[in-house]
Design a binder for this molecule. Sequence first.
Ligand code: CU
Length: 159
Amino acid sequence: MLKKFIVLAALLLPACFANAHEYKVGALEVAHPWSQELPPNAPTVAAYFIIHNSGNSADRLLSVDSPISGEAQLHEHVMKNDLMKMQPVPSVDIPAGGNVTFAPMAYHVMLVNLKDRSLLTDGKRFPMTLHFEKAGDVTVEVAVQKKAPDSMPQHVHAQ
Ligand SMILES: [Cu+2]
């Protein structure tokens, strides 16, 4: 029991311990929203987080917006002709009792038509609002950092 807890804690905590932050809305938790610092001329910026649904009914992430960009799209990565490509999805299901990870090479939020780049440097945070079908809206602060948190799943090559 204790060992299990320690292993779990080791997986979840240390990487973003210094600036861990999470948000609750209804039965949902949005853990450590973050974005990778990009060159100042990057046309788009991606945002990542983990959503945990502690409730016993499924929910759905319908859309996202942020004051720093004209538009925010929900994207997924898919394999097409041996190439990883990203494409917009209309919404993302959040299963009851489950986690959905937004991470590099997975689901992510793509901020396009950037209007304000002043908060897109390492150590800063920018606001972003997630709209859920049942839980409603929650505004989170996306931490901009140079390095991905170690707890983030890296891209795994399928055999
Ligand atoms: Cu994308």
